[in-house]
Write a protein that binds this ligand. Structure first.
Ligand code: NDP
Length: 606
């Protein structure tokens, strides 16, 4: 992989390019326009009532237990990476009285739910799986498959004793601050009513599956499920494939996002017939997964994982550094874009730099489109699989068997020209005016993003004076450092909003977990019973976030619709709900300096 040199940049700047930027720009807008729709986020239906079977836990039987009415020091809501990292860092700081409450029947979060065939991480496993050195574990491949990641999450829970006192298969239904007792009251769907001095919310950003509001969706009489609740009883096989139950089935997959890209090769291999209903194609770059070299693993010095995570984070957040330890599609894309942005040889204006970045993006997407032509044999199928938008309008995908699946005679791409499936009947899926009778519909239609906090979390938070977090945040998120909110004492928020955003998600969560552990440790040392974000400090932080926001309304509104741009209607609150605009490294440095200063600045403590 070669870094774009100044000469490459100059070549682009001088116009030595084999595409027409104006024509591409026009084509991108034309493709976006086909997909814009007035109902934006409203096109999706909430998975509840008649649809709630789509979110039931198909993996673990709920173990009956008596409701709890007790007191713990720390409740962590969520047993995914956020909750596990926090639990682990708190244990390291000597906290014993911790209870994790988790909706799933075990730890794992997104990796508990997403067991679909082919599921794997798309950030290098040596960076993505946290606490590898703590657990003395090396992943089997450069990109780990889901079962290994889920096992790792459970090993973290075992290593740190987080199963002790955990409440699994338990959903928090309400969280309320009791000012007289100075405790949080946590209520759950198992009849629990617990008191906790501290509560940490680690619900995860993409946890609530969504379904498209396609007319007739509830009339369908065949078999159906969402990818995040894969029904292996029906399909047979496992996360590794071998879906023998589909051998005599005509199957529809609706959606072609990152999830669909990973599961479609297995469904295509097994089903009698597979119809892939596509609204917008994903960009599919090379994966090149490989087994871990044991000699390399044995050579790793102490502290290697932190170094590697920091190197990946530096590259993907735009630092110009020589060394690239990961060398994959993520670091390549971002390195190329950044070298455009940093090209100063011609004293370029901001607008010229933006134009160079656009050219680099066009060039990358031309490569992605050429890859489709090189792999997919049928020219019209190949054309339909080509993405026409800026690469970061949607999650870039990396896969080596997705595109070849469309060369199989039993697999048909039903491209809907941006319109999506128009109806579902008792027996069929309807698109482009044609009816496709199928035995099974698999919804690979993603997760709620643009809906309100309490709807996605499944509970609201009542702070001091009965103020609810959903009310307080109805005009935008308000926090100090993304971690605390005034009026909600002793509450910790694990999120990337107004905090750090990293391509390698667990990295930012680990930094936040260490910060939270420091805070609770300091409170214990100084006999502080209550901390709360100071209102002035919080307002200053919110203004700083808005001021630094890199959210570009122009970029977002030119993007094809998706959850990154609020389905084509960029949210006016995006600047406020953004992550820290100077990037994750600056955020981590700032939080480290805050800890070193030791004054708990911006928190009122008593
Ligand atoms: P997405 O939201 O990315 O994709 C949903 C898909 O459903 C889109 O292709 C969408 O089309 C399509 N869709 C929605 N409504 C209709 C309709 N009416 N007719 C036809 N198609 C429709 O969800 P995913 O689950 O794929 O991915 C969500 C996120 O999860 C990713 O962005 C990524 O962050 C994460 N992920 C990460 C993975 C990893 O490897 N680490 C793997 C999988 C997921 P359209 O694009 O037109 O809206």
């Amino acid at each position: 992989m070669k870094e774009a040199t100044a000469a490459d940049v100059a070549k682009l700047a001088l116009g030595d390019i084999n595409f027409d930027p104006d024509a591409l720009r026009a084509k991108y807008l034309e493709e976006r326009d086909k997909r814009l729709r007035d109902d934006a986020n409203e096109q999706y239906i909430e998975v509840e009532g008649d649809f709630s079977n789509y979110v039931d836990d198909p993996y673990e039987a709920k173990v009956e237990r008596e409701p709890l009415n007790d007191t713990v020091e720390i409740v962590i809501i969520g047993g995914g990476f956020g909750g596990l990292l926090l639990g682990g860092r708190l244990r390291e700081a000597g906290f014993d009285d911790i209870r994790v409450i988790e909706k799933g029947g075990d730890f794992g979060g997104t990796w508990y739910w997403n067991r679909y065939p082919g599921a794997m991480c798309d950030v290098e496993s040596y960076c993505y799986l946290p606490m590898l050195e703590e657990l003395d574990y090396i992943p089997k491949h450069k990109y780990s498959f889901a079962p290994e990641i889920m096992a790792h999450t459970q090993n973290i829970a075992k290593h740190y004793g987080l199963y002790d006192n955990a409440c699994l298969s338990t959903e928090v239904t309400d969280l309320a601050w009791d000012e007289s007792e100075q405790y949080w009251i946590v209520t759950t769907n198992r009849g629990d009513r617990m008191r906790a001095r501290y509560v940490a919310m680690a619900n995860g950003p993409l946890n609530r599956p969504k379904l498209p509001g396609i007319p007739g969706i509830s009339d369908y009489k065949g078999h159906t499920f969402h990818t995040s609740r894969w029904d292996y009883d029906y399909t047979g096989g496992s996360s590794e494939g071998g879906l023998t139950g589909l051998a005599d089935k005509r199957v529809a997959v609706i959606g072609t996002g990152a999830t669909a890209v990973q599961c479609i090769p297995h469904v295509g291999e097994a089903a009698e017939a597979l119809f892939v209903f596509q609204r917008t194609p994903s960009s599919i770059d090379v994966r090149d997964n490989r087994a871990t070299d044991p000699d390399w693993a044995a050579s790793l010095p102490q502290g290697w994982q932190r170094d590697r995570m920091e190197n990946f984070n530096a590259l993907t957040s735009g630092r110009v550094i020589e060394e690239d330890l990961v060398m994959d599609g993520w670091t390549e894309i971002i390195r190329n874009l950044i070298s455009m942005a940093n090209y100063r040889g011609k004293n370029l204006s901001g607008e010229e730099v933006a134009r160079l970045m656009e050219l680099a993006d066009f060039e990358k997407m031309e490569q992605i489109r050429a890859r489709v032509d090189a792999i997919v044999e049928d020219p019209s199928t190949a054309e339909a699989l080509k993405p026409y938008y800026r690469q970061f309008c949607k999650r870039p995908c990396f896969h080596d068997t997705y595109l070849p699946t469309f060369n199989r005679s039993n697999v048909k791409l039903v491209d809907t020209e941006g319109k999506g499936v128009t109806a579902i009947t008792a027996t069929s899926v309807i698109a482009n005016g044609e009816e496709y009778p199928v035995d099974c519909i698999i919804f690979a239609t993603g997760f709620e993003v643009g809906t309100g906090f309490s709807r996605r979390a499944g509970y609201d938070v009542e702070g001091k004076d009965g103020v609810r977090l959903s009310q307080k945040w109805s005009d935008g998120i308000q926090t100090l450092h993304g971690l605390h909110s005034h009026g909600f004492p002793n509450l910790l928020i694990m999120s990337n909003a107004q905090s750090a955003f990293t391509t390698n998600f667990p990295h930012a969560m680990d930094e936040n977990a260490r910060h939270m552990a420091y805070l609770l440790d300091t409170c214990r040392d100084r006999s502080i019973k209550q901390f709360e974000a100071d209102l002035d400090a919080e307002q200053a932080w919110v203004q700083e976030i808005i001021g630094l926001s890199r959210f570009s309304e122009a970029f977002q509104s030119e993007c094809t619709p998706g959850y990154y741009n609020n389905e084509g209607q960029p949210n006016p609150l995006s600047k406020q709900n953004a992550s820290y605009g100077k990037g994750p490294i600056a955020f981590f440095d700032r939080m480290r300096a805050w800890r070193e200063q030791g004054e708990l600045t911006g928190l009122n403590c008593r």
